[in-house]
Design a protein around this ligand. Structure first.
Ligand SMILES: Cc1cc2nc3c(=O)[nH]c(=O)nc-3n(C[C@H](O)[C@H](O)[C@H](O)COP(=O)(O)O)c2cc1C
Length: 259
C-alpha cells in the first residue's frame, strides 16, 4: 500500500469483527514499533500484548471501578456538572465533566476495547530529557525543571512514534485499532494487573517505600529515571465497516511557513 493511501486509510476503529489477529501478524506490527525513532535511542517502550479475554475484561473492570470511584467522589463533593461547579474543578488541560457524563464517556470511548480480540498495554520508561541534570546543577527552579521533564517529554514523544508505527502497520495488513489514553486514570490498577498476571519484566515507577523517605528532586521522584508506567492502551482487530472520523483543522491553521 502506498504511504499516502495508508495514512489516509487509518482511522480509529472502535468496532471489530469476530476474527482473530494471528500471532505472526502481531509480531509484524510489533516489529514496526520496534524500529521507531526514540530520543537518545532509548526505545523506552514495552508492549504487553493481551489476547486473553478474561484479562482484557479484568482491565475493563478496573477502569470501570476507577471511573465509578471518581464519579461518585465528585457526587460526594456535591459536583453536579453545573457551570458553577465546573469553575470550581481544577481544569488542567481538559474540561471537567459532570459525574454522569464521565460515566457515559467510559462506556462510549473506553470500554469498547473489550470487543477487540487484542489489547496492547503500552508501557513506557521514564527518562530525563537532555539538559535536565545540568539545569538542576545550575540551580533552575522546580517549575522550570518540571516543565522541562514533562511538558515536551521526549519519552512520551518516542512512545507516540512507536505506537503510530504499530498502528500504521496494522492498517497495512488489513487490521485496525484505537489508541486509547482515556483509561489512564486507572493506570495504577492496570499496571498492577500487568505486573501480577503477565511476564512484564521491569519494575514500575512507583516505589512507595523508597520515595517516601527520599528527597524529591525538582518535584520529581528520585526513581523517576528508571521506572515503568502505563502510557496508553491499543485495541486491535479486524475493523467493522463504517467507522467515522472527525474532520481536521485546515492546513493554514496548523502550519506557519517561513521563507
Ligand atoms: C494519544 C491518543 C489518545 C486517544 N485516546 C482515545 C481514547 O481513549 N478513546 C477513543 O475512543 N479514542 C481515542 N483516541 C482516538 C482519537 O479520538 C482519534 O484519533 C481522533 O478523534 C481522530 O479520529 P481518527 O483517528 O479516526 O482519524 C486517541 C488518539 C490518540 C492519538
Amino acid at each position: 500500500m502506498e504511504f499516502s493511501e495508508l495514512i489516509t486509510k487509518r482511522q480509529s476503529i472502535r468496532k471489530y469483527k469476530e476474527a482473530d489477529v494471528p500471532d505472526d501478524a502481531l509480531l509484524e506490527m510489533l516489529g514496526a514499533a520496534r524500529i521507531a525513532p526514540s530520543g537518545k535511542n532509548m526505545q523506552n517502550w514495552h508492549f504487553v500484548v493481551i489476547k486473553r479475554k478474561d484479562l482484557i475484561d479484568k482491565i475493563a473492570d478496573a477502569v470501570l471501578k476507577c471511573n465509578e470511584e471518581i464519579s461518585s467522589g465528585m457526587e460526594a463533593r456535591g459536583v453536579d456538572g453545573t457551570e458553577a461547579d465546573k469553575a470550581n474543578i481544577p481544569q488542567g488541560a481538559g474540561v471537567a465533566q459532570a459525574p454522569d457524563r464521565f460515566r457515559k464517556f467510559v462506556r462510549n470511548f473506553t470500554l469498547f476495547f473489550t470487543n477487540a480480540p487484542v489489547l496492547v498495554v503500552v508501557m513506557g520508561q521514564t527518562y530525563l530529557p537532555t539538559g535536565y541534570r545540568e539545569m538542576e546543577a545550575a540551580g533552575a527552579d522546580d517549575d522550570a525543571l518540571r516543565r522541562h521533564a514533562h511538558l515536551a517529554s521526549p519519552g512520551m514523544q518516542s512512545l507516540g512514534a512507536a505506537v503510530e508505527h504499530l498502528m500504521l502497520k496494522a492498517v497495512e495488513m488489513g487490521y485496525g485499532g484505537c489508541w486509547l489514553t482515556s483509561a489512564n486514570y486507572a493506570a495504577k490498577a492496570i499496571e498492577e494487573i500487568v505486573v501480577n498476571e503477565t511476564d512484564f519484566p521491569y519494575a514500575l515507577l512507583r516505589n512507595e517505600e523508597k520515595s517516601s523517605n527520599e528527597p524529591v528532586i525538582g518535584g520529581i521522584d528520585p526513581t523517576y529515571e528508571n521506572g515503568w508506567f502505563m502510557a496508553s492502551l491499543i485495541s486491535l482487530g479486524v475493523p467493522e465497516d463504517g467507522a467515522k472520523s472527525p474532520g481536521r483543522k485546515p492546513l493554514e491553521k496548523i502550519m506557519t511557513l517561513v521563507k
